[in-house]
Design a protein around this ligand. Structure first.
Ligand code: SAH
Length: 360
């Protein structure tokens, strides 16, 4: 049980080795050892760091804690191999992360905020409200917990997508640092091209991302390519309309030369008609983008239906005729409720965490 004293100690799983040694006032070598214990071996306690002197381990325990995220629920779908973890953070906040398997490939879907302020019309996370940004340690911890819960073979290099709860570019600095940590050779060593950041179209973040000089991938959740419909589905469009989004993407392309993705969640009768495909083709013209069509994962209480498979295939074919590269993603993990925000909501509804009530 996390008591108040422990809760106030600084957390080190979101720090670089040199930051760890500075914080703990130990030699640089010790900082590197502790970093490797956490990121390479996922050691959850100072006691287990057996190459540190015993006296030092005792001191460290009184100065810092390794995590500020504890796994309270791990659910696994036998059919698809999808794993979903629910992490309890300080003050009773919770966040969720998903591991998706596709043949040999393993993808971690990480969250960047507790809840989400964007309120996209079809998304469970937005409907549940917004609490706060996650810090770097809370983001990195999700990947470390998924490795544990998913019993991922060490030979396999996971992919990481920032497509869980929250808008990554509303939490740019923490997301940026967590990516740098996840990529470290002496840590998880995840290649930049295996990491994708997904935004609902926060154009200042897209421009900043373009200037990073790295190979981390960009994905943009478009869902509609006319301003009226997009503003209804993705209210952020009222702040950054399609013209500004398009300009930021042109800048991204100029700076990086890299291809990026448009996400398009297919909603029956709403954005899956031939005219919507034509608008998308027009918007994507001249951009090095490909379109990822996603079946809508139903959220109880929201007034949408997923497009029929026939309609989805037709939409994809229409785009192909316009020479837009497109993939039709198959649905994953509906049997364990994998849509954004849903596990968190289900568990919260069932358990009404006692700890949460204590802290408020
Ligand atoms: N805020 C960021 C990242 C989180 S959402 C963004 O908007 O990109 C990740 C993706 O899941 C987005 O494309 C979002 O539109 C989509 N999504 C959200 N709820 C969904 C649902 N119920 N079914 C299918 N896709 C959904």
């Amino acid at each position: 049980m996390v008591n108040d004293v422990i809760r106030d100690l600084p957390v080190i799983c979101g720090l670089f080795p040199e930051e760890i040694s500075a914080l703990l006032e130990v030699e640089p070598l010790r900082g590197r050892q502790i970093f490797a214990w956490i990121h390479r071996r996922r050691q959850a306690s100072f006691d287990g760091m057996t190459d540190l002197p015993a006296a030092l381990r005792e001191t460290l325990k009184s100065r810092a804690r390794i995590w500020n995220a504890e796994c309270v629920e791990a659910v696994r779908s036998e059919k698809s191999g999808t794993v979903k973890v629910l992490l309890r953070l300080d003050r009773g906040d919770t966040v969720e992360s998903v591991l998706i398997r596709d043949r040999e490939r393993v993808t971690f879907c990480l969250s960047t905020q507790v809840g989400c302020p964007l309120r996209c019309a079809f998304c469970a996370t937005g409907a549940a409200g917004y609490r706060r940004n996650l810090d770097t340690a809370e983001i990195v911890a999700q990947a470390l917990w998924l490795l544990e819960a998913g019993q991922v073979n060490p030979e396999i290099h996971p992919n990481i997508v920032f497509m869980g709860m929250g808008e990554p570019f509303y939490n740019y600095d923490a997301v940026h640092k967590s990516i740098r940590l996840l990529m470290r050779k002496d840590g998880l060593n995840i290649g930049a091209r295996r990491i994708t950041v997904s935004t609902a179209g926060e154009v200042r973040g897209i421009r900043r991302f373009a200037d990073e000089g790295w190979q981390v991938r960009l994905s943009v959740s478009l869902h509609a390519a006319n301003n009226d419909l997009r503003s209804e589905l993705v209210p952020l469009n009222r702040r950054f309309p399609l013209e500004e989004l398009r300009a930021a993407l042109e800048y991204y392309q100029e700076r990086t030369g890299r291809q990026f993705t448009f996400e398009w969640t297919l909603l029956d009768g709403v954005n899956d008609q031939p005219q919507h495909a034509a608008e998308l083709a027009e918007f994507a013209k001249g951009l090095k983008a490909f379109v990822n069509l996603i079946p809508w994962n139903p959220v109880p209480g929201l007034p949408f239906k997923p497009s029929s498979p026939k309609r989805a295939v037709f939409f994809a074919e229409t785009l192909r005729r316009w020479n837009i590269p497109v993939t039709l993603r198959k649905e994953q993990g509906r049997d364990i409720d994998a849509a954004c925000g849903q596990l968190r909501r289900v568990v919260l509804d069932q358990k009404k965490f006692a700890i949460e009530n204590n802290f408020h």
